[in-house]
Design a protein around this ligand. Structure first.
Ligand SMILES: Nc1nc2c(c(=O)[nH]1)N[C@H]1C(S)=C(S)[C@@H](COP(=O)(O)OP(=O)(O)OC[C@H]3O[C@@H](n4cnc5c(N)ncnc54)[C@H](O)[C@@H]3O)O[C@H]1N2
Ligand code: MOO
Length: 391
């Protein structure tokens, strides 16, 4: 059996870089910027007041000094004149600073009578002015690749960029397999359960900017699997769930082989997730996940997410890990790398309880996976362990 790291390398080799498309900014949140974008303007484009108050000359801004108010500068409506000695301009936040002024005294420090103001509180040394270009200048670049955050979207909007180049969202065909499965909301027969994996995986993959399509459930016949594979041919990635093990009804490997799959590997020394397979099916990368619900979700976090990030141009990196102290103890680990469902709280991580790979209730209350190397010795309270945070 290959290691998790070897399996990831095989998956990265299958991860074709997606083409670039241009989308309106409103559709760009969470998408991966494919090329740097360049600011089309300077922000702010003029020296602007950061407060409501009075613009005047700083050399005159003494306590009890008096000024004549000669005009008003509001956001969107500048005062066009040039300020002279003894003059002030009423000014509001965001408004252009008039020629001749180099300080804004906030209105709380001023008393006004008619057209006259006097400084009645120490205005302090701050000029309350945002210089032109203090945020960014025309020509400033936002680097790529990056997944566009809400803050990035606001910045790109301020740069007056209406459309951005992003990697096309990878279409992922999600195929559940098994006679025992029905979709949520359907009435299951006495021997049936609900197909949960496709739903959990779709939610996970959407978070990295993929476009998951849940295909009809394939039944445990070669004909049914053929039919559903046929629906997936235009996907960027085909993901099957279940039917990967050695049982008489585990047909995914056989049907994929009949359809000409070029297999990269089958079985990984990990727990859960051992019967993982991958390859290329008529040119399309395909990953066959184990059916146990937690196995499928752990493989989603450990393999599919890094693979999709690679397809989106974000580089070939495993799921990010941190090291932190263990709360409680852990027994000696077996020969497979173990991804234990776990909870991070108060800077420490504890296993989340029973580790059977069918237990979605345990997964749902976990926010991390403790990663145990093969044959890791028993661990004590306070030992440092590797952790993959789950978002
Ligand atoms: N003799 C052996 N038996 C098994 C081995 C083994 O090495 N030797 N490996 C075990 C491990 S580990 C796993 S993981 C499972 C993987 O089996 P399959 O990938 O063939 O999955 P299924 O048998 O189809 O299903 C397993 C389990 O998961 C449920 N399931 C399947 N699909 C879904 C879905 N979309 N949503 C929710 N639940 C699903 C299914 O009903 C089964 O209960 O094999 C072990 N056996
Ligand atoms: O690998 Mo199975 O995924 O241990 O439950």
């Amino acid at each position: 059996m290959i290691t998790v790291a070897q399996a990831l390398d095989h998956l990265f080799a299958l991860a074709d870089l997606l083409p670039v498309e241009t989308v309106p900014l409103r559709a760009a949140s969470g998408r991966v910027l494919a090329a740097p974008v360049t600011a089309r303007r300077t922000q702010p484009p003029f020296a602007a007041s950061s407060m409501d108050g009075y613009a005047l000359k700083s050399v005159e801004a003494d306590l009890h000094a008096q000024f004549k108010v000669v005009g008003e500068s509001a956001a969107g409506h500048r005062w066009d004149g040039t300020l002279r000695a003894g003059q002030a301009v009423r000014i509001f936040t965001g408004a252009p600073i008039p020629e001749g002024a180099d300080k804004v005294v906030i209105q709380e420090d001023v008393t006004r009578t008619g057209d006259m103001i006097s400084i009645t509180d120490d205005p302090g040394p701050k000029d309350n002015i945002r210089p032109a270009g203090v945020d960014f200048s025309e020509g400033t670049q936002l680097d790529a690749p990056r997944r566009l955050s809400p803050g990035d979207i606001a910045l790109v909007a301020a740069m007056n960029i209406a459309d951005v180049p992003v990697r096309r969202a990878p279409v992922v065909a999600l195929i559940s397999t098994g006679d025992e499965l029905v979709v949520p909301g359907e009435e299951p027969g006495p021997d049936q359960i609900i197909a949960s994996n496709t739903y959990g995986l779709a939610a996970m993959l959407e978070r990295v900017g993929a476009a998951p399509h849940i295909l009809p459930i394939a039944r445990d016949t070669e004909a049914s699997l053929h039919t559903v594979f046929g629906l997936a041919h235009s996907a960027d990635l085909i993901v099957t769930i279940g039917g990967a093990s050695v049982g008489d009804h585990d047909l995914v490997g056989r049907v994929a082989a009949n359809l000409g799959m070029d297999q990269s590997f089958y079985k990984v020394a990990m727990r859960p997730g051992k019967p993982l397979m991958a390859g290329r099916l008529n040119g399309v990368p395909m990953v066959g996940l184990p059916g146990n619900p937690v196995s499928a979700m752990v493989c989603g976090a450990v393999f599919l997410t890094p693979m999709l990030n690679a397809m989106l141009g974000l580089g070939q990196r495993p799921a990010p890990r941190v090291t932190m102290p263990l709360r409680g103890t852990l027994p000696h680990n077996g020969p497979r790398e173990h991804y234990m469902r776990a909870c991070i709280a108060d800077g420490r991580v504890a296993d989340a309880g029973a580790q059977d790979s069918s237990l979605l209730s345990v997964l749902a209350r976990s926010n991390a996976l403790i990663v145990r190397p093969p044959d890791d010795p028993a661990r004590s309270d306070g030992d440092m362990v590797d952790v993959v945070p789950l978002s």
